[in-house]
Design a binder for this molecule. Structure first.
Ligand SMILES: Cc1ncc(C[n+]2csc(CCOP(=O)(O)OP(=O)(O)O)c2C)c(N)n1
Ligand code: SF4
Ligand SMILES: [Mg+2]
Length: 244
């Protein structure tokens, strides 16, 4: 029988728990493919966060550790200090990275830690029922802003790439989207570049991935992906913000 597709050895056979159309599975798939193509699976340590994003902990065949909510960059910093020869990366959701974990994120980037962060921004607290996050778009309806995010009451969304790029310690900062195949392939290239930065000891790297959470958007998977491509990208433009 001809093998048409084989998943990366990065992923184990545990049944996935994600909702249909959730982007987290795509993110894991492409991170795994990049690590395998680069021959890095054996030397990778992933740091999983809290949130639906944290389910990565169950699915990865690499070594790994589960951090408290928002603390993945601090844990990754410690792991890298002990294992400088390993590739250490944190996978973080937006609630994790820019709501509860802003301090750890800014500090790790400012220190120029030689770690990689893969940031899954689905504009919402997915696991806990769709509450407003630091990344929720103006006008986006969530369970804690039912009429849509109102800047007069709720403030404005935070552009993580825009915030981190000016920091001296941040060396590779890029934003991609997972809403269709061409963009997924572009995201893969950026993830590869980020890991190359770490391999070459060039300092802190982060790739933001715009993701769909169809369940909390209350959309079909197709409509949620369309919304990411058409609406999310207006607030969070795609591209490389820093490469030095
Ligand atoms: C210290 C702490 N505060 C709050 C929570 C509750 N909590 C669990 S997951 C989560 C939101 C995660 O959202 P995000 O990081 O965007 O991940 P997603 O589920 O969207 O992938 C929160 C607030 C917690 N587990 N620990
Ligand atoms: S709630 Fe959202 S982020 Fe969580 S698994 Fe479902 S679609 Fe994915
Ligand atoms: Mg989220």
């Amino acid at each position: 029988m001809a093998v048409i597709y084989q998943k990366s050895a990065y992923l184990n056979d545990v049944k996935r728990h994600y909702c249909p159309g959730c982007s987290h599975g795509i993110a894991h798939k492409i991170v795994g493919e990049v690590l395998e193509e680069m021959g890095l699976l054996e030397k990778t340590i992933m740091v999983a966060p809290v949130g639906c994003s944290g389910l990565l902990y169950d699915y990865s065949n690499t070594d790994g550790i589960h951090a408290l909510h928002g603390r993945a960059p601090a844990v990754a910093t410690g792991v890298k200090a002990v294992h400088p020869d390993k590739i250490v990366y944190a996978y973080q959701g937006d609630g994790d990275l820019i709501s509860i974990g802003t301090g750890e994120t800014v500090s790790a980037a400012a220190r120029g830690e030689n770690i990689t962060v893969i940031f899954a921004n689905n504009s919402i607290f997915g696991m806990t029922g769709g509450q407003m996050a630091g990344t929720t778009l103006v006008g986006e309806k969530t369970s804690t802003c039912r009429d849509g995010r109102n800047p007069q009451v709720d403030g404005y969304p935070v552009g993580v790439c825009e915030m981190l790029a000016p920091l001296q310690g941040a060396k590779y900062i890029a934003r991609a989207s997972l809403h269709d195949v061409p963009h997924i392939l572009k995201a893969k290239q950026m993830i590869r570049t980020a890991f190359e930065y770490q391999l070459n000891n060039r300092g802190y790297s982060l790739v933001e991935l715009l993701c769909a959470c169809p369940t909390n958007l209350k959309m079909s998977p197709t409509d949620a992906c369309r919304w990411v491509g058409e609406e999310m990208t207006k607030t969070f433009p795609l591209g490389v913000f820093k490469e030095e």
